[in-house]
Design a protein around this ligand. Structure first.
Ligand SMILES: O=P(O)(O)OP(=O)(O)OP(=O)(O)OC[C@H]1O[C@@H](n2cnc3c(O)ncnc32)[C@H](O)[C@@H]1O
Length: 171
């Protein structure tokens, strides 16, 4: 089975490879998210994940397309880090699942509300480079307990499990 991952981000690719068990061929493509660089709601982040999955399966001529998208969601408690994923398949309508979420520190949230993107803000905050491709904001603010790849692995397992369940209903 040919699985097309709609991103070249190593944290996302690692997560998908970990979440699938069995004989699969993985490819990654630069899929189109169709949403803003910094999605600012669950709705927008889900849309980005769906667009990536659906664009990945088309570009890569795969059996399955996987889209993973990061974003934030405003709440009365502060700004939540959110992540969403989608599987597009040739057999049925797309499936979605959400990842674990944490509140971002207010000093980060203020910068995002002022129009900055989380990736560069995290690099600036930590004095490191490409945090989004490594441990991610979740890794930094959980003291390394859960990094971005692990969070996306869990999210992808939610997708794969639902995908298998849907397939078992079709057969
Ligand atoms: O290469 P792609 O797949 O586009 O990966 P990305 O990390 O750049 O893009 P996302 O769509 O996942 O995230 C949207 C924005 O939020 C940033 N972001 C999301 N989650 C993050 C995290 O855990 N740590 C750092 N930046 C994050 C990211 O850099 C983008 O600017």
């Amino acid at each position: 089975m040919k699985i097309i991952i709609g991103s070249n981000n190593p944290a996302k690719i690692e997560a998908v490879k970990h979440a699938f068990k069995g004989n699969y061929d993985f490819f990654s493509v630069n899929a189109f998210s169709g949403v803003s660089e910094m999605p600012f709601s669950d709705e927008e982040t889900i849309k980005g994940a769906l667009n990536r999955a659906e664009s990945a399966i088309k570009i890569g001529h795969g059996d399955i397309g996987i889209g993973l998208e990061g974003g934030v969601q405003e709440t009365t408690y502060g700004l939540l880090l959110c992540n969403w994923g989608a599987i597009a398949s040739n057999e049925h309508s797309s499936i979605i699942a959400g990842g674990a979420r944490i509140l971002l520190p207010e000093e980060i949230a203020i910068r995002l509300r002022n129009g900055e993107e989380l990736g560069p803000v995290m690099d600036d905050y930590t004095n490191k480079q490409n945090i989004r491709k490594k441990e991610g904001a979740v890794g930094i603010f959980t003291n390394g307990k859960i990094d971005r790849a692990e969070m996306f692995t869990h999210l992808t397992k939610l997708l794969v499990g639902q995908y298998e369940y849907h397939r078992s209903l079709i057969k």
